[in-house]
Design a protein around this ligand. Structure first.
Ligand code: HEC
Length: 158
């Protein structure tokens, strides 16, 4: 029993050594792994910065959309709306109908802010409805600039 135990321990000795050498190998691997994984972590930092920059750019875009110039897709919608919806009262070529003409020569001399206010709040007591529930301030200002410049009109109708 004692001998067997010794023999067992004797057998266990080399096994233990084998294990510990495997453990050493694992430790050596372990040293390699954190090193290997540290490279992507370094690369990860610029990606984080880029993501942050992208988020800031998107937030900036959202702000610009709320307060400033509408994006090209929205501009196309607004232009169509101007001739169809506004045109239903102001004339399809904005020469006037139920509402007065909105061509540049008709609006010349009328303050931009006054026109913006008219579109935003409408003219109570007249057929001109308020557009604030549907249009953002930036969109209304853009529409007024389109009207004043004549860009609102189709080529050939200017
Ligand atoms: C339901 C008819 C109707 C619609 C739709 C309508 N308007 Fe008007 N609008 C009028 C009338 C009527 C007036 C004149 C009000 C008055 O007598 O002061 C007017 C006045 C205006 C004026 C002031 C013009 C000036 O010479 O002082 C502007 C600018 C204007 N509308 C822009 C628009 C725009 C832009 C739209 C579309 C987003 C629009 N309107 C849609 C009926 C309409």
């Amino acid at each position: 029993m004692t001998q067997g135990g010794r023999v067992h321990r004797g057998k266990a000795g080399p096994q233990g050594a084998e294990l510990s050498s495997r453990a050493d190998a694992a430790t050596a691997d372990g040293r390699v792994f954190p090193h290997r994984f540290s490279a992507p972590r370094h690369r990860g930092r610029p990606i984080g910065v880029m993501l942050l920059a992208a988020c800031l750019a998107l937030a900036g875009l959202a702000l610009a959309r709320a307060a400033g110039v509408p994006d090209p897709a929205r501009q196309a919608e607004l232009r169509a709306m101007l001739l169809q919806d506004c045109g239903s009262c102001h004339g399809l070529t904005l020469k006037g109908g139920l509402g007065p003409p909105l061509r540049p020569e008709a609006l010349a001399g009328k303050p931009r802010d006054f026109l913006i206010l008219t579109i935003r709040q409408g003219r109570p007591g007249t057929a001109m409805p308020p557009w604030a529930p549907i249009l953002k301030d930036g969109e209304i200002a853009w529409l007024v600039d389109e009207l004043l410049s004549g860009r609102a009109l189709r080529e050939g109708e200017r």
